[in-house]
Design a protein around this ligand. Sequence first.
Ligand code: ZN
Ligand code: CU
Length: 498
Amino acid sequence: MLDLAFRNVEILDGTGAVAFRGDVGIQDGRIAAVVEEGALGAAHTEIDGDGACLAPGFIDTHAHDDGAFLRHPDMGFKLAQGVTSVVSGNCGFSAAPADPSVNATSASGGILAGLTGDFTDLAGYFDLVLAGKPAINNMMLVGHNTIRTLTMGMDKREPTAAELATMRGHVELAMEQGACGFSSGLIYRPGRYSLTAEVAEIAAAVAPFDGLYATHMRNEGDRLLEAVDESLSIAQDAGVHLHISHHKSAGKPNWGKVGESLAKVDAALQAGQRVTLDVYPYTAGSGRMIEYFNLDRINTAFAEVVRIAGCPAFREFEGKMVTEIAVERGISIDDVVRLILTAEKGERTICIHFIIDEADIETNLAHVDMMVGSDGIPDLRGRPHPRLFGTFPRVLSRYVRERGVLSLPEAVRRMTSLSARTFGLTERGEVREGWYADLVLFEPSTITDEASYDDPKREPTGVRAVVVNGQLALHEGQHRGVGSGAMLRYRQGMHGTR
Ligand code: ZN
Ligand code: CU
């Protein structure tokens, strides 16, 4: 007898093929049968889909959930979207490697949300996360900012040969333990202090594993195109696959440049280089506020598009634009920025900045190698960017159903099989007999992201069921707490014995 059966569903298999009506049976964590309607045997648990879509569970290719797996193992904000796997360790910040004697927040850039634990390497991190029974699966990158901070602190200089060897050693160990690649965040400290050659030499350490180089590029605004050139050359020199994170052109004078940037990517693809990208479906970015301002020379024009998300120093500012706070307090915009960032814990402020053109999102989503990545920062206090709770349903509602930028099967392919293949999630990303049963049942005509900037922690509607490794993890709005997530190893299944 099967463990679980979905009957009467439109199966979107994740390959981009059109949906077909059928039944899907699950046993021992795997998809046991994908058959014509009515041809499936009995199961312990039966779900009648009433014609809803059954797809592979969505894969969030750009996550910062390293700390969330320890702090919020239920991962409700992802599970509710139909996300069954994430790729963490992005933007150069990763849980591992770590030195437990050093404050983790400094090496994690503060965006990994409450990262604590007694581990030093990826295997130790995986063990600790698994002990907490995570709801979803996690694939990890190893971050440049993290290994650089561990090796040479916040030093603004080139590494010595010995330091470079140490950093490469951290990357090699993480790759041996199952990481899928190396990430950089070259706008952040200390990544921004590094020259192109340093990044290429470290990225080369993933080449023997055929891993990826994923990057938050050095510039996403005035110098976007130069930054794309740098990323392509780093990956070329290192001999690795390039993945460009959260592709955008930031700031009004740069809007439209994503077209030129994608043309560079297309030229590289034509020349035989391996390149992929991801995007989030919102016109605002989000990150640690302190990374975007130089207090000696405040960029007032930028401050005008900033909204405060989380602010331990001034909880009353959360949800407000900097311009509103300036009016309320009767002080200048620059003084608001200074007030926040110089306060105690001011450096922990997370902001949202409206810097992206709607048309650029559509240009991005129209590209065949564009995946979906939330870039959600899992700090649940305050008012986080709505992408944390809404990214995947928003692509399906706004860009598929309303705007018709891409078809439903194609959107699902970019959220599943393309992501699984690129990031090495073995036997996931397709509804296929014998593969892991990571699945989402959703209503394509009603699925909607409910999270907004004013009310960002609302779960989406239209996601009816989510299965992780064969276990029914969410059903008709109920998180079932089964904790069936796995820690994934690049192209090699999973960490541990489950
Ligand atoms: Zn980033
Ligand atoms: Cu990021």
